[in-house]
Design a protein around this ligand. Structure first.
Ligand code: PEP
Ligand code: MG
Length: 313
């Protein structure tokens, strides 16, 4: 039955009782976007633009970047594509932009913070996105990684709006979740990066196998921050998605929907599984699953409780 449901998923994403939840894909280039469209992703929730930059001695030209972004826009013509600006630093060092000698790189100059040393790098990337949008007649959304403060969000939004694009920010740092209402006075959407948000909420390195129990996306503290962010989105009537690994787990996806997120973005290989599971569950059951997960003391108990609510083994 499960295999039949997977093969049968054609989108769009919705609960059994018809509440729409966009199921989008995380991709890194045009080929990935075409593969995601083939499995009925409704768009791209996270275009990781690092690919064009990593392992390069020099910054790719605006023209080279624009060609790459245009390929992704073309694969999802008329549909949502969310471009994330360069997320360099920490686990993704860049030869020409990031400091090689930081004692604590996960807490250092990474993501949007790279623009402090080199604002032109961000501006040229936004020029390339705008050029790709012009060529393809697209309306891409553009978000910054590792935003921690309201002025960072406001400054980024101004640069994005100047180019006729739609600005948003990622919620990957607890300060951003706590200030979600105020961020939404400046940007049009939020996207929760649960991989980094769990790292920074639990103070545990996301790459440490020894601490994987702490960075588990079922941690109730992480889910509480997702809920706070989604509620801010509802108050402002703005979309709030999840684009971290949490969105690829079909049971956790139901919890996230119950917490109030309006889109889920995951690897293309997970789109059908998430879509099929969500189509089998009513929105109210998602809310009860969310309450059960929030009330649990730790991830294992949260999973067990949610399986009970959803009636799966
Ligand atoms: C995240 O942190 O959840 C995220 C989506 O970004 P990345 O995994 O690329 O850091
Ligand atoms: Mg991240």
């Amino acid at each position: 039955r499960a295999a039949a449901a997977l093969a049968g998923y054609r989108g769009p994403g919705r609960t059994r009782d018809g509440v729409a939840v966009k199921i989008l894909a995380n991709v890194q280039d045009g080929a990935g976007a075409r593969a995601a469209a083939a499995v009925h992703a409704e768009g791209v929730g996270l275009l990781r633009t690092e690919l064009a930059f990593l392992g390069r001695a020099e910054e790719p030209s605006v023209e080279e970047q624009a060609r790459g972004y245009a390929e992704v826009f073309t694969a999802f013509e008329g549909r949502r594509v969310v471009v994330r600006t360069l997320d360099a630093g920490s686990d993704k060092p860049l030869a020409f932009a990031t400091a090689p000698d930081e004692a604590n790189p996960a807490l250092g100059v990474r993501g949007l913070r790279v623009a402090r040393r080199d604002p032109g790098l961000l501006e040229r990337q936004l020029d390339a996105v705008a050029e790709a949008a012009r060529r393809t007649g697209s309306q891409p959304w553009v978000m910054a990684p590792m935003v921690a403060t309201v002025p960072e969000a406001a400054g980024f939004a101004a640069l994005v709006r100047d180019r006729g694009l739609v600005p948003g920010v990622m919620v990957e740092v607890p300060s951003a979740a706590l200030l979600a209402d105020r961020l939404l006075q400046h940007v049009d959407f939020l996207s929760i990066g649960t991989n980094d948000l769990s790292q920074y909420t639990l103070a545990a390195d996301r790459l440490s196998a020894d601490l994987a129990d702490l960075t588990d996306p079922w941690q109730p503290a992480l889910l509480a921050l997702v809920q706070a962010t989604a509620e801010a989105g509802r108050r402002a009537d703005r979309p709030v998605g999840v684009c971290g690994e949490a969105a690829a787990d079909p049971l956790l996806a139901c919890v996230l929907v119950g917490l109030g997120v309006t889109s889920l973005s995951c690897a293309a290989s997970s789109v059908a599984g998430v879509g099929a599971r969500l189509a089998a569950v009513d929105a109210d059951t998602c809310r009860r699953a969310a309450d059960a997960a929030l009330a649990a003391e730790e991830p294992h108990a949260a999973r067990t409780a949610v399986r009970g609510v959803l009636g799966v083994d």
